[in-house]
Design a protein around this ligand. Structure first.
Ligand SMILES: NC(=O)c1ccc[n+]([C@@H]2O[C@H](COP(=O)([O-])OP(=O)(O)OC[C@H]3O[C@@H](n4cnc5c(N)ncnc54)[C@H](O)[C@@H]3O)[C@@H](O)[C@H]2O)c1
Length: 407
């Protein structure tokens, strides 16, 4: 039941960096659509800071996510604590709340399966919405590139994609934002989170994982997930993984991925430490087009993704007054396609190579994700990214880590 003014009432589980830098400012911009009515965090100090800073002074505060999920104060729940997001999402769905779930969903396949079942059941019973917060899929530049690349990929016309993600330390992105860092989280909660991560690692990779792959696993799940879902939006679900390796003590990894209809992706994720220049690019090569997508810097509102599209212009036919340049034989031509008014033959310059540099929009990807979530809830729009895709991404990344070798 939305608020009397029709706004969707949102509860947030995990009030840390992503909530403070991204989601709460986006929700403030969209305050005609949403109202934040409840927070949940292990840290009471963090919730107090967030309430004051983002004007949610009247919101309820919970330290146990189950209480937030059961609360009559919320219609929808944003799930963004550290670690798995599945128990919180399932609990919210069980109480009929719509869920927006941050990446990564979980590093456990059994949890991901349970999430799909809960999501589908809640959808069938009450029309409850599950949306994955895969924000790059909502980015205007990404969507522009996708409109060109995806139909070509579906027709088997994308042969190759170069994809790389050059990542600076997280602190380099966070430096500019006044994120409140809690000191009141019980040590037992931190220990439990660490133990959960260790257990999940062994569950995913087996009892004696390669040292470098184990070190990379969190980054593959937490950061390469952005590339995995971006690529599947461009090319469809990946069908094979080869030449997967991890090096530099788990700071770098690369692989070759195969997609339906023969597309191959050369992928690399590189930790460039302190060079504060994030670089995430996808270059797709088709038979007569090259599409080069450069994603915006994360967290910097107003930085736009850009797309360079390179093609050959269609041949001009009979461009007066110098004759045809279409390469075809025409009666009376001295040489096929090379003709001048005096019949001597005119050297053709060929067709032109043209490049367009596109900024599809400055609208923020996270804000668009929330607007889409609102449309899913209020207008029945089909969620762009649901539980099943997140489950398949979990399975893919586990498989990828398993076939990777440390070098
Ligand atoms: N989409 C993106 O680009 C993006 C960027 C950063 C983080 N994230 C995701 O958001 C999530 C949070 O990341 P962050 O950087 O905000 O981390 P963070 O450590 O800054 O914040 C996490 C918050 O969750 C709270 N928390 C932890 N366990 C909890 C629990 N069981 N119940 C309630 N609260 C709990 C912590 O106290 C902390 O305040 C992660 O899953 C991360 O992958 C997404």
């Amino acid at each position: 039941m939305p608020a009397p003014d029709g706004r969707i009432r949102v509860g947030i589980i995990g009030s840390g960096a992503i909530a403070q830098i991204i989601h709460l400012p986006a929700l403030r911009q969209l305050r005609h659509l949403f109202e934040v009515t409840a927070l949940c965090d292990l840290s009471a100090d963090t919730m107090a800071f967030v309430s004051e800073t983002f004007g949610v002074a009247h919101g309820a505060h919970f330290t146990d996510y189950r209480d937030l999920c059961a609360s009559d104060l919320v219609d929808a729940v944003l799930v963004c604590p550290l670690g798995t997001h599945v128990p919180q999402a399932i609990e919210a769905l069980r109480h009929g709340k719509h869920v927006l779930v941050e990446k990564p969903l979980s590093s456990r396949l059994d949890e991901a399966d349970a999430f799909v079942a809960a999501s589908e059941e809640a959808r069938a019973k009450a029309g409850t919405v599950t949306l994955m917060a895969y924000m790059k899929r909502f980015d205007p530049g990404y969507q522009y590139a996708q409109r060109i690349v995806r139909p070509l990929a579906d027709q088997g016309e994308i042969r190759f994609v170069e994809a790389h993600h050059i990542h600076s330390r997280n602190e380099r992105y966070m430096d500019y934002f006044p994120v409140y860092r809690a000191t009141d989280i019980p040590a037992s909660a931190r220990d439990a989170a660490r133990a959960e991560h260790e257990a999940n690692l062994l569950r995913a990779l087996g009892p004696t994982p390669d040292r470098q792959v184990a070190a990379a696993f969190g980054g593959m799940m937490g950061s390469s997930i952005h590339d995995v879902y971006a690529l599947s939006g461009l090319l469809g679900r990946p069908v094979a993984i080869s030449n997967a390796e991890v090096w530099d003590d788990g700071h770098c990894w690369r692989a070759m991925f195969e997609y339906p209809n023969g597309a191959r992706v050369n992928y690399a994720w590189i930790d460039i430490r302190d060079v504060r220049r994030f670089q995430q690019e996808f270059i797709a090569y088709g038979p007569d087009v090259r599409v080069h997508l450069t994603m915006a810097m994360p967290f910097i509102a107003g930085d736009a993704s850009t797309v360079r599209v390179q093609r050959m212009e269609p041949s001009p036919v009979d461009p007066a007054p110098y004759g045809r340049h279409d390469g075809a034989a025409h009666p009376g031509d001295a040489k096929p396609g090379v003709v001048s008014p005096d019949g001597e033959g005119w050297p053709t310059a060929g067709t032109a190579h043209v490049e367009s540099f596109v900024t599809a929009g400055y609208d923020n990807q996270f804000k668009r994700e929330w607007q889409h979530f609102h449309a899913c809830i209020t207008r029945g729009t089909e969620p762009l990214v649901g539980a099943r895709e997140a489950r398949d991404d979990t399975a893919f990344i586990i498989e990828w880590a398993r076939v990777s070798r440390g070098v």
